[in-house]
Design a protein around this ligand. Structure first.
Ligand code: NAD
Length: 297
């Protein structure tokens, strides 16, 4: 069993750290929120007064933080950055969704101190974090991937090696850009059917068994009361927030600009989710974009 430090115990990090505890690892946790720390300590983790103290004896340091600026500050800030405290030979796993350039910058700085790094963003949301069924998209060398895989298997079901440092983040933004486009397309198709007198349950069944079939239609239907146990049937509560999708689409657009790629569908989806967020829907599940196409609104 490994000695693990876990930094960032929010909606995702809290349950992920808990799954490592349940798997029998020695987990020292830290978050700026004392309440978030207390919840994981209750499950059997230990804590210290600072992240620096937690990482000192750790073989693996895992972070699950909001954005690139937090990740860079936590690891590289002059004087207080964890780069000063992590043991040589230890491995950092950053599972936050951030820009690939920051992942590569942190990887390079840590490598100069003999510390391994992988970017390992996740898909599967809070439900996947709780159930231990996340997908991890890992960027790093073969040796780094092989080292982290058994640890990630305690928190996820599918562990993919996307390529070198930063490749995990690129895979993540490609996936979420496609997901956003599918959600928008599914929403407008369902609203078109409803506006023309179709029952959304009947139409969903037809399309999911025809060539329009896709994940958002089959397991995450955006129309209320077509499916049980999805956010649309719970007033769009829970699930994956519009604000987080808007953040990921911003990362996708930056990635497209940097590589001079053409992503017209992603650009339109970014714009639609930004408009939806600006109308006060930022904390709702992203399937609430369905309401943008409601003729009655
Ligand atoms: P969250 O805001 O719930 O949690 C972030 C945590 O980081 C908070 O508890 C905060 O106190 C802590 N934190 C911030 N700065 C810190 C610091 N310097 N030291 C210690 N702790 C610090 O966010 P989340 O929903 O858990 O998401 C985390 C990451 O996972 C994000 O990058 C997000 O894009 C990604 N993600 C989220 C989901 C989802 O459905 N929520 C799904 C996939 C990926």
């Amino acid at each position: 069993m490994a000695k693990i430090a876990f930094i960032g115990l929010g909606n995702m990090g809290g349950p992920m750290a808990t799954n490592l505890v349940k798997a029998g690892h020695q987990v020292c946790v830290f978050d700026l929120s004392a309440q978030a720390v207390a919840q994981v300590v209750e499950q059997g983790a230990s804590t210290k007064n600072s992240a620096s103290e937690c990482v000192k004896e750790a073989e693996f340091v895992i972070s699950m933080l909001p954005a690139g600026k937090h990740v860079e500050a936590v690891y590289l800030a002059p004087d207080t950055g964890l780069i000063n405290d992590i043991t040589q030979g230890a491995t950092v796993i950053d599972s936050s969704t951030i820009d690939a350039a920051t992942s590569q910058k942190v990887a390079k700085a840590l490598a100069e101190k003999g510390i391994n790094f992988v970017d390992a963003p996740v898909s599967g949301g809070v439900g996947g974090a709780l159930a231990g069924t996340l997908s991890f998209m890992v960027g790093g060398s073969d040796a780094e991937f092989n080292r982290v895989k058994p640890i990630l298997e305690n928190m996820g079901k599918n562990i993919f090696h996307a390529g070198e440092h930063g490749a995990g983040q690129i895979a993540k933004v490609c996936n979420n850009m496609l997901l956003s486009v599918l959600m928008v397309g599914t929403s407008e198709a369902l609203q078109l059917g409803i506006a023309n007198g179709l029952d959304p349950k009947v139409l969903s069944n037809i399309m999911s068994k025809s060539s329009g079939s896709n994940w958002t239609l089959d397991v995450y239907n955006p129309c209320p009361n077509v499916m049980d146990n999805v956010p649309s049937s719970n007033n769009y509560q829970g699930g994956f927030m519009v604000d987080l999708m808007a953040k990921d689409l911003g990362l996708a657009m930056d990635t497209a600009v940097n590589s001079q790629s053409s992503t017209p569908m992603g650009a339109l989806a970014r714009s639609l989710f930004a408009m939806h967020a600006a109308k006060g829907n930022g904390s709702k599940d992203f399937s609430s974009i369905f309401n943008l196409f409601n003729k009655e609104n």
